[in-house]
Design a binder for this molecule. Sequence first.
Ligand SMILES: O=c1ccn([C@@H]2O[C@H](COP(=O)(O)OP(=O)(O)O[C@H]3O[C@H](CO)[C@@H](O)[C@H](O)[C@H]3O)[C@@H](O)[C@H]2O)c(=O)[nH]1
Length: 479
Amino acid sequence: MEKEMASPFKNHVVIFPFMAQGHILPLLDLSKALSRQHIKVSIITTPGNAKSILNYISSYPHVYLIEIPFPTIDGLPKGCENTSQLPSMEFHLPFVNVTKQLRKPFQNILETMLESQTPPLCVISDFFLGWTLAVCRELGVPRLVFHGMGVLSMAIIKSVWVHQPHLKAKSVFDPLNLPGMKLPFTLTSADLPETINIQNHDDPFSQLIEEVGEADANSWGVVVNSFEELERSHIPCFESFYNGAKAWCVGPLYLHEKMEDLDKSNSSMLMQWLVEQTPDSVIYVSFGTQADISDTQLNEVAFGLKDSGFPFVWVVRSKAWTLPVGMEEKIKGKGLIIKEWVDQPKILSQRAIGGFLSHCGWNSVLESVSTGVPILAWPMIAEQSLNAKLIVDGLGAGVSVKREKKCGSSELVIVSREAICEGVRELMGGEKGRNARERAQALGRVARGAVQEGGSSDATLSKMIDQLRACQVAFKAPF
Ligand SMILES: O=c1ccn([C@@H]2O[C@H](COP(=O)(O)OP(=O)(O)O[C@H]3O[C@H](CO)[C@@H](O)[C@H](O)[C@H]3O)[C@@H](O)[C@H]2O)c(=O)[nH]1
């Protein structure tokens, strides 16, 4: 890397995201927030992820991209460098494990940076890239970890991992007691993510969790995409699982700067349609970038949305799936199905949007809350069930889709068209939906305030940088 002749930057931060959209996007928003404070940001990624990242950061003068080749994985075609391209979640573990081969190039990059005029203040690394801690320690650079999840879900996951209360429960519907935690809802084994709801820690995924958890606990700090007003009471418990690291709540990150419109043509057609709709009348539907959803399930969603009678915008990931025969005609003018990347926060901020049928990925939850849009919660994988409980039972800003309870199975239970239709009607037209909308709107005001100058997240971000600067100056970072 070239040495800078005269550095215009106050400082330099290195960001290394895990190659999954839900993990990359909030870190790009963090990069923008840092760049506005005249901090140089170097984002490390692989060529297959570079193009879409460049689209987001190109207008930011202080944000740079450094590419390192992605190693090949047996069974996957070359060029598969993002979890959204994996043929199934079965490949997730091999995908995470193969990133360990990026250690040497990462080390080379950091070594070169340390010789430059703007040596990095810190590395902000995704938690899946646990191996970055050893490199950072060796080179004396503080490592901050980023999970992409909220405080409460992370605290629950860590507590269940350590205390294993589900193994003592008499049934999967017994309330679980987590020491030192005041949960805003009743938690049972049936609510736990399948990756932690296990009998022992011997399987390969658990071993990975142990490994990255160790690096996590020994990091300098944790950057959290949340805001204090939302999760303040759970922060002490969450921090208790670290060896002195502080949780820095600096979100909702996307609100630090509005994301650019990636697909203007598609988007403007969509925006045009949305402008013509009655306020709060349209339900937005999206299930994130990870969950595999069968065609049978997609068909049920299509029927459920149509039967509800409410207009909808539905972003579908599966390119191969097509609407059931005859459906296109029936939803004409009432429902838009989009198979391309959209600017979700922009859609959610339209006055026409009155609800969000969501899988409750944390980014979607934050985006919905921040725009005052109540959620029809349909958690699918990962920690989404915990986010859904927080939104519906903890914050009262959503209602749940009725689902069969399941436990210990990686298979998604099919949710019927009737359940979807009923849920949409409740959220968009029912009493519970009205209350949830009021709660969401109140939360939205607080979320937006958090990132404004002097707000909790804005102040926390400045404080975090100040402390890192102090560490660098004193040359005695505690890691
Ligand atoms: O067409 C699209 C589709 C998605 N998005 C954005 O993509 C992100 C998706 O993130 P999220 O809602 O969190 O869903 P996933 O990508 O599925 O999230 C994964 O990562 C999250 C953060 O760690 C976890 O909370 C989830 O459980 C995990 O599935 C959001 O910012 C969306 O706005 C768009 O902007 N346009």
